[in-house]
Design a protein around this ligand. Structure first.
Ligand SMILES: Nc1nc2c(ncn2[C@@H]2O[C@H](COP(=O)(O)OP(=O)(O)O)[C@@H](O)[C@H]2O)c(=O)[nH]1
Ligand SMILES: [Mg+2]
Length: 235
């Protein structure tokens, strides 16, 4: 259920307010980037659509490479531009998928409690992201168990224990990697807003603490943009 006190505006452009503030002057004015990852069919695109357009699609369509949607969200009392990147879970798109991680502050690793094999590959997805956490190009990674509406679905009544077990296994894997764990249903809109807002708050709080300690921090994507501009100015 959407809480009424959260201001969200879907947009494809900078608002005049964020346009006035250059990220170099105010680290809190830069765009926040989050990326969904995980196996094919776990509900990444549906979670992104729920977050950005508050809708759900029953039909499963292949996400090619990666796509993103932009939304303005109030985080820590300040309106921020947030880019949400969708990726494809198939092996053949893996290189493209992981190339999206760099420059994203938060990565959301999703698995599906109705599909056992998506738990089996959870460790591999987390370990892939861990490389980016280790080199500092990603700030935070979380694990998400999606499709929890099925726990209450009559179709799944005789397999409810199995679903519960998969929730517990996913939670244990997240704990093993010291990552936060969330339960969501993109279909019934359970836990989706909590996931988005908590992750954004956590990312911003880590960024603020780091910038107080070391001066404004830039993610790798911003640094590379700056280098590119500098190069061009010498031509
Ligand atoms: N029951 C249920 N089905 C879902 C949920 N999220 C996604 N789905 C369904 O799972 C399928 C795959 O979803 P999609 O978002 O395309 O998966 P992706 O490949 O990870 O992007 C679609 O048929 C969706 O309708 C959910 O929370 N509950
Ligand atoms: Mg998809």
């Amino acid at each position: 259920m959407r809480s009424k006190n959260v201001k969200t505006v879907i947009t494809t452009k900078f608002s005049p307010r964020t346009q006035q503030q250059h990220p170099m002057q105010d680290p809190l004015a830069s765009t926040l980037k989050l990326c969904f990852t995980g196996d094919w069919g776990v509900g990444k695109t549906c979670l992104l659509l729920r977050m950005t357009e508050d809708r759900f699609v029953e039909k499963h369509e292949i996400t090619f490479g990666g796509d993103h949607k932009t939304k303005q969200i109030e985080v820590s009392g300040k309106l921020r531009k947030v880019n949400l990147y969708d990726t494809a879970g198939q092996e053949r798109f893996k290189t493209i998928t992981t190339s999206f991680y760099r420059g994203c502050q938060g990565i959301i690793v999703v698995y599906d409690i109705t599909q056992e094999d998506t738990i089996r590959s959870l460790d591999a997805w987390i370990m892939e992201v861990q490389r980016y956490l280790d080199d500092g190009s990603v700030i935070k990674c979380v694990v998400v168990a999606n499709k929890i509406d099925c726990l209450e679905d009559p179709e799944w009544t005789d397999r409810k224990e199995q679903l519960q077990q998969r929730l517990d296994t996913g939670k244990a894997i997240a704990q093993k990697h010291k990552l936060d764990f969330y339960e969501t249903s993109a279909k019934e809109n359970i836990g989706v807003e909590k996931l988005l807002l908590t992750l954004l708050e956590d990312v911003v709080s880590i960024e603020v603490k780091a910038s107080e300690k070391n001066g404004p921090i830039f993610n790798r994507a911003n640094l590379e943009d700056k280098k590119e501009k500098k190069k061009k100015s010498f031509c």
